[in-house]
Ligand binder design. Structure first.
Ligand SMILES: NC(=O)c1ccc[n+]([C@@H]2O[C@H](COP(=O)([O-])OP(=O)(O)OC[C@H]3O[C@@H](n4cnc5c(N)ncnc54)[C@H](O)[C@@H]3O)[C@@H](O)[C@H]2O)c1
Length: 475
């Protein structure tokens, strides 16, 4: 099948498809209002669409409906309130209502790592699609946005065939998502590309209509949004391949950090020097405690598991190494802590009882409250298990961190966390920590020892203020 879709947005015909609801623009439904779905629902209302967000979590829906974003994402609360007030956006737990409303249904539910292995748990996708398919009463397009193993879109199509009325002609498409928490509003309104996995001209045209707001905004700003139209398998693979590449880049520089540590080199200078080569580039080349979050770790594991099932396990064996390098960086912080605090490292790791350690950062990156698989929190737990009295502070992630790791002690401010600490570990590169005054912090601590797990502090400044400084991969 040829799909005459744009590599830019200069195509006329696609905007003119009539949505099944009969309106001028397709009505959009977002199933799952977590980090991905809520951001999309709000931003697409901002682009002028009529939007509904659905989630079985009644508390989340009540908060969104009341104009409160249940997570930290800069710029989103203002857009949420504006679009609720404009009447274009609403949130519900009622799937019947959503099935009756939507022309295009975006599936944005979670696909976490399964408890019994590395593969993705598709039970939320299954429940979401099955529930929707059974309730549809007219033609609609179901578009997967969740990150999934290759082959999922075909399986979703089979679920739809099994559960939807065949006379309706319900179709499936896949459009993976690349937004970054902390930049999510910008990434959704101004994506650097749109990838569409489609099987029919109708699905293609509906997806174009559903993204026309994005293309129109780009046109007013004299930009173009590249669009890649492809088959289901490629669309699914684009997302996991992109995450595998990013994870590999981070682990590559962290592997160089390991070598620098034994050879006496400085990985920050090495990264700068290689990053000037445009073929390499310097983004995602910061050595530190490694990657985490709700995506990269589980996505590279699920990718390996799926490749194994398909008989291509060898091709992705390097991702196992990428994962191991990443996890070794967390242990490195413990080693450095033991070294700085002059503690013994036994076969079970360092013995840190009687020490007080401030951990600055609980989220997996700054400008987010997401603590899923956060290296900072994992290190805090490991320090606690090693016997240290750990005091955690994070500008936005405290509530989530407390829920995830209730055994740790949380302090309300940076000052309270560092007071009387024998060692300070900076594990998330929040601006508050980067810009902290080492002299002022020095007045509060018991010992001027700092581990810079993100290489985000100025070693000269901290050393001048009397601190013993240790970075990652630095002399
Ligand atoms: N967070 C990101 O930055 C990001 C970026 C790109 C892709 N993704 C992918 O998007 C997907 C969602 O990620 P997230 O971070 O938003 O997860 P999340 O856990 O924050 O949100 C998932 C939401 O789905 C809801 N849900 C569960 N079952 C449902 C059902 N049957 N119907 C409707 N809603 C249901 C949950 O209650 C929850 O609110 C994942 O596959 C993830 O890998 C996430």
């Amino acid at each position: 099948m040829t799909i005459p879709y744009p590599s830019n947005q200069t195509l006329p015909a696609f905007g003119t498809v009539t949505p099944p609801s009969g309106g001028p623009k397709p009505r959009l439904a977002f199933h799952g209002t977590g980090y991905l779905g809520a951001t999309y629902a709000v931003c697409f209302a901002e682009l002028g669409y009529e939007v509904v967000g659905l989630d079985p979590d009644a508390e989340k829906i009540a908060r969104l409906g009341a104009g409160e974003v249940p997570f930290h994402e800069a710029g989103l609360p203002e857009l949420l309130r504006r679009n609720l007030a404009a009447g274009r956006l609403r949130f519900t737990t009622d799937l019947d209502e959503v099935a009756a409303f939507g022309d295009v249904h975006f599936i944005c539910v979670g696909t976490p790592q399964r408890a019994d292995g590395m593969s993705a748990d598709l039970s939320y996708v299954e429940a979401s699609v099955t529930g929707l398919a059974k309730r549809l009463t007219r033609k609609a397009l179901i578009v997967g946005k969740s990150t999934v193993p290759v082959g999922t879109a075909e399986w979703v199509e089979q679920l739809v065939e099994r559960h939807a009325d065949p006379d309706l002609g319900v179709e499936v498409a896949w459009s993976p998502e690349f937004l970054q928490e902390g930049f999510a509003v910008e990434d959704v309104l101004r994506p650097n590309r749109v990838v569409l996995g489609v099987k029919s001209e109708w699905a293609n045209a509906m997806l174009y209509a559903a993204h026309k707001g994005v293309f129109d905004l780009a046109a007013t700003e004299d930009r173009e949004v590249p669009v890649v139209v492809t088959d289901f398998a490629t669309a699914e693979l684009v997302k996991v391949a992109a995450n595998a590449f990013l994870a590999t880049k981070i682990s590559f520089i962290n592997a160089m950090a390991e070598v620098c540590e034994v050879a006496g080199g400085d990985v920050t200078q090495l990264a700068r020097a290689i990053g000037y080569d445009p073929r390499i580039g310097n983004r995602f080349l910061q050595a530190g405690v490694g990657f985490g979050g709700g995506c990269l770790p589980k996505d590279i594991r699920a990718f390996q598991a799926r490749a194994q099932e398909l008989g291509a396990g060898e091709a992705l064996r390097f991702l196992h190494e990428v994962d191991l390098i990443n996890l070794r960086r967390r242990s490195r912080v413990l080693q450095l802590a033991a070294e700085l605090l002059d503690r013994r490292v036994g076969p079970a790791g360092p013995e840190l009882s009687g020490t007080k350690i401030a951990v600055l950062g609980a989220t997996f990156k700054p400008n987010s409250d997401d603590v899923r698989d956060a290296p900072s929190l994992a290190v805090a737990v490991a320090l606690h298990k090693a016997g240290a009295d750990v005091r955690v502070y994070d500008p936005q992630g405290m509530e989530n961190a407390r829920r995830a790791q209730p055994e740790l002690t949380y302090e309300k401010t940076l000052s309270e966390a560092v007071t009387d600490a024998d060692l300070v570990c900076v594990l998330t590169e929040w601006a508050d920590f980067r810009n902290a005054d080492p002299q002022a912090i020095g007045e509060l601590v018991a010992g001027r020892l700092v581990i810079d797990g993100r290489n985000c502090l100025d070693p000269a400044l901290w050393t001048q203020a009397g601190w013993t400084y240790r970075g990652m991969g630095r002399p």
